[in-house]
Each structure stands twice: as structure tokens, then as C-alpha cells.
Design a binder for this molecule. Sequence first.
Ligand SMILES: NC(=O)c1ccc[n+]([C@@H]2O[C@H](COP(=O)([O-])OP(=O)(O)OC[C@H]3O[C@@H](n4cnc5c(N)ncnc54)[C@H](O)[C@@H]3O)[C@@H](O)[C@H]2O)c1
Length: 280
Amino acid sequence: MAQAARRKVLVTGAAGGMGRACARLFGATHDLVLTDVVATALDGFAEELKRDGYTVAASLAGDLSDDEVLAALVSEVSGDAPFTLLHTAGLSPALADWRAIMSVNLIATEKLLNAIEPVLVPGSVGIVIASVAGHMMAAVPEIDALMKDPLAPAFLDLIQPFVEQMGPMAGGTSGISYTMSKRATLAICERRAGAWGQRGARIVSISPGMILTPMGRQEMEKTAGAAQMADMAPAGRAGVATDIAAAAWFLASDQASYITGCDLKVDGGATAFVKSMMGG
Ligand SMILES: NC(=O)c1ccc[n+]([C@@H]2O[C@H](COP(=O)([O-])OP(=O)(O)OC[C@H]3O[C@@H](n4cnc5c(N)ncnc54)[C@H](O)[C@@H]3O)[C@@H](O)[C@H]2O)c1
């Protein structure tokens, strides 16, 4: 008997902690399209998955800021069938300077979503990993206005004075760049929900708290306050990558068909706890 075609899932950052967990969970029922900038790690993971019986439809190494990489990824998911996008690729303060963080977390996200939008079909779902950091920053209208157009000419130069001014009070220039980029990511998903809805598609973000992935462990070692964030979580533990994959699984499912244009915090309650401690 012919088998029904399986849905495809495009996982960015597939060689990273959350990317791997998402690929393994979704790969049980989906064909995998994997991408990451670290070719050796991606190739090794794709081979591991194939050995374990998963279907890896494509594994494409490259930088998500690269238009050719984006075009190749889009061609892997375009067609008549709905697909799922799981965008986990990102950089954090312990890993990169402020420009690289803004370039990957915000500029590449905007480019990826621009590239994907024309091939959405009814039933497609986009899940973008943001961060609770994005919920911690108060609105600054001038910055929010600039962050709405990260593909504007000289965007990084325009944002630089704010990064330099706020950095010393907010974990340095990399720290504030991360926070700004994630705040903007939350707004991107809200803003795009209308256009996605017109195509019968949904877009949501997930804001993880402290998650024990390669990135999360580095933050806990190197960034002031990161380990405390895990300690403060009412859930009584740090998160693990499968916590994020499980949330993504629900959000991608038909059970979540009325959920779009919003964010789900998967942080063990840490953000709520911090807010309550600050009198909120
Ligand atoms: N781990 C945490 O505690 C935590 C908390 C909040 C939010 N997040 C967010 O979750 C997402 C996933 O994080 P993770 O913990 O799995 O990190 P990770 O470092 O384990 O994985 C991220 C992956 O993204 C890839 N990547 C980086 N730059 C890229 C680029 N230009 N093009 C393509 N791929 C690129 C990396 O190679 C890596 O494999 C990130 O967006 C991160 O900001 C993580």
C-alpha cells in the first residue's frame, strides 16, 4: 500500500542543542531538512540520524545570512504540501560580539522569513526561537522603530549608538545586542501573523529560559546572572532541549491551530518569578 507523503520540517541550527532535540522529535513523523553553519557538526548529525532510521531529505551547511543558502533551503520545502519551519539558529552573548549576534539573531531571521513567506501553503507553521531576554527589555520607541527594519541600509551603524550607550548597564554590548535582537524577534512574529494567516499559515515564537544546551552551558559559565536565572525558576530546575522540542511539537500540531502571532515562554516560570520579585 502506498504511504501518505510525510510533512517536511526545516530545522535551522540543526547541529545545536535545541536543533538536535527538535530534529529527533519531529523526525519521527516528518522528513527532515537540516541546516547549520558548522558543516562538520551538521554532517555528523545527519549521518547519525540516517543510521537511526530517520529520513533526512536534505542537509545543507551554510550561513543563514547567505541568500544562496536561503534559496536552497526554500526550494527544499516549496511545493503543494504544508511544511514546518523550526528556526533555532542563533548566537548568544558568550559566543560572539554584538554585530554578529544582531546579524544572526535578527537580520538572518528577517531574511529567512522573507524567503519562506512566498512558499507558505495552508497548514504551514513557523516556530521561531526567541528568548525570555526579549521580555526583559522595556520599550524604547526609537529603538523599536529601528528594529522594525533590520534590512535597512547601514542598520548596524544606526543601532550602534544605542548598543554602546545601553551596554554598560545591560551585560555589555553583546548582552544588550542579544536582548534587543530577541525583543525584535518577538515583534517580528506578531507582525507577520497577518500575512501568514492570509496564506492559511501560522507563526509563533518560543521564549526559552535557561536551557542546558552547548549555548546555555556557556552562558551559565560566563554570563553574570545566567545561572541564577535557572536557580530562580519555580520549576526547580534548568530546562533541557527536549522541553523546547516538546513545546514546538504542540505548537506545530493541529491542536494549536488557533494559536498564532504570539509567544510561549518555556522558562520554568523564571520570568514570572522575576516580575513578581520586582513588584509586577
Ligand atoms: N540555551 C539557552 O539557554 C537559550 C535560552 C534562550 C534562548 N535561546 C535561543 O535558542 C536558540 C537555540 O539555542 P541553543 O541553545 O540550541 O544553542 P546552540 O549554540 O546549541 O545551537 C545554535 C546553533 O545555531 C547555529 N548557528 C549560529 N549561527 C548561525 C548562522 N549564521 N547560520 C546558521 N546556523 C547558525 C550554531 O552553529 C548552532 O549549532 C537560539 O536562538 C538561542 O538564542 C537559548
